[in-house]
Design a protein around this ligand. Structure first.
Ligand code: BG6
Length: 494
């Protein structure tokens, strides 16, 4: 690892802050959606709003030199007119100052899904008004915090937010509408470029990137139809975020395919494409939980069944995108969490190399972790499964760096147990346990102490993973083939 490698953990405002109606904060779309549907919510969450000093002490004692967190838009700007909430602004000054005073580099996400409900009521990310409001938010936070913060990211996982909200329908606004999915996706990527543009125009110190829910693509075999499905899946899962944000180009074959399927793309304007082309990010944050295994599309309608219960784990997830691809879960030959998330560290190794070869920008692993139902009542919380998971993933990062990748930081998801969206607070990811039924007392798990040694040794205590599975055809193989072909072509002409 490099000497200035960032070692830390991550949270998001809605998932940990609580204080949902305190000090002038207004509702986000998540507050309204969860309250209206009588679902478990983040009203109190981890109570980080009141206990952030204690949490930062735990980070410091746990060897962290960085903390990734997000800013709550409904805490900062409280209406359509753009009214700024001084108490909200002050809260993040105090949080940032506390980090800096304790040797912890703040790594800020500007938008991690908690859109103010007043904007959702006007169409949310379907409306260009939201892009303008987002740039106003960026302007505010750059000017307020820009002299203290070196690392900014515009969005957390636009793909997950938009596809869950507008395609799968398991997140607010809870609709299944492919046309809206395309429009909202485009608007978020345009907003990303507009934010980068403002960042550069203000000549801010520091760097700006985007955080993506990375799903490195693998195929069940290497037939031509599988390769085509892999390309379409890569566009669906990765390229429309990464190509657009890093290269400034929306994948042309994806746009052609959408147009061929009759989708309306007339809202994409030439001057906006210019903005996207001219305002690309400095680095990329990759959130890695699992790779994505792809088979060719066979037949039938689109199916988007996501396991949010953690109950079965054996095949309740099913994704078929009509005319594009099918996603498969190889339960017979691989290991999965009860939420159907495959445990596959080799996908992080290959995924980093794929991103490195294709884009060449600095990479931060902005989330990585494992969710589980855990008994946190005892004195000692032995989460050996998490230690094994983190060890093998950090080992994958080390191997990718040894093979040339430029990785500059790693963030465990999550700092402490927090509210896990539709999965509720009992799906725990934290290095530190919380008792959600009582007073939310903090209790470090075994993984916290293990990770402390990792941070303090700059990764030296990581044990080498001995077995690397190579049982599927991967995008990296295709990229390597393309690179070889290109090199061969260049040879011919040289
Ligand atoms: C990422 C998000 O998608 O995964 C986090 O950025 C989220 O906000 C995390 O909590 C884990 O997902 P989940 O659904 O298990 O909470």
């Amino acid at each position: 690892m490099t000497t200035n490698f960032l070692w830390g953990s991550a949270t998001a405002s809605y998932q940990c802050e609580g204080a949902w109606n305190e000090d002038g904060r207004v509702p986000s779309l998540w507050d309204t959606y969860l309250h209206d549907n009588h679902l478990e919510n983040g009203d109190i969450a981890s109570d980080h709003y009141h206990r952030f000093k204690e949490d930062i002490q735990l980070m410091k004692e746990g060897g962290h030199n960085t903390y990734r967190f997000s800013l709550s838009w409904p805490r900062l700007i409280t209406d359509l007119a753009g009214t700024i909430n001084p108490k909200g602004v002050d809260f993040y000054h105090r949080l940032i100052d506390e980090c800096l005073a304790n040797g912890i580099e703040p790594f800020i996400t500007i938008f991690h899904w908690d859109l103010p409900d007043y904007l959702e009521q006007r169409g949310g990310w379907l409306s260009k008004e939201t892009i303008e409001a987002y740039v106003t938010l960026c302007d505010l936070v750059f000017k307020e915090y820009g002299q203290k913060v070196k690392y900014w990211t515009t969005f957390n996982e636009p793909r997950y937010y938009v596809f869950s909200g507008y395609f799968i329908g398991n997140y607010p606004p809870g609709v299944h509408n492919p046309q809206q999915t395309i429009s909202a996706s485009y608007n978020m990527m345009l907003a990303n470029a507009e934010a980068v543009k403002r960042f550069k125009a203000l000549a801010m110190p520091g760097e700006i990137g985007i955080v993506h829910s990375y799903g490195p693509i693998y195929g069940v075999d290497d037939r031509p139809e599988t390769r085509q499905a892999m390309r379409d899946a890569d566009n669906y899962y990765n390229n429309w975020i990464l190509d657009t944000a890093i290269l400034g180009e929306i994948p042309q074959d994806m746009l052609a395919k959408l147009a061929g399927q009759g989708f309306d793309l007339s809202f994409i304007l030439p001057e906006e494409l210019k903005t996207i082309k001219q305002n690309t990010v400095d680095f990329v944050g990759l959130n890695y939980y699992a790779r994505v295994l792809i088979a060719p599309y066979e037949t039938g309608e689109t199916i988007l069944a996501i396991n949010n219960s953690g109950a079965s784990g054996q095949g309740s997830s099913k994704v078929v995108v009509r005319e594009w691809f099918e996603q498969v879960w190889d339960h017979a030959n691989s290991e999965f969490t009860p939420w159907d998330t495959e445990i596959y560290p080799q996908g992080l190794y290959e995924g980093i190399l794929m991103a490195h070869k294709k884009y060449g920008v600095p990479i931060y692993i902005t989330e990585n972790g494992v969710g589980a139902y855990e008994d946190v009542s005892g004195e000692v919380i032995n989460d050996q499964f998490r230690i094994d998971f983190l060890n093998d993933h950090i080992d994958a990062i080390k191997r990718s760096m040894a093979d040339g990748a430029d990785v500059r930081g790693y963030y465990v998801w999550s700092t402490m147990d927090l509210y896990s969206w539709k999965n509720g607070s009992e799906k725990r990811y934290g290095l530190v346990a919380l008792d959600f039924d009582q007073d939310r007392q903090r209790k470090p798990k075994a993984s916290y102490y293990w990770y402390k040694a990792v941070c303090q040794s700059n990764g030296e205590t990581i044990e080498a993973t001995r077995q690397y599975r190579q049982d599927y055809f991967s995008m990296l193989t295709i990229i390597n083939e393309e690179t070889n072909e290109k090199e061969r072509d260049e040879d011919v002409f040289s």
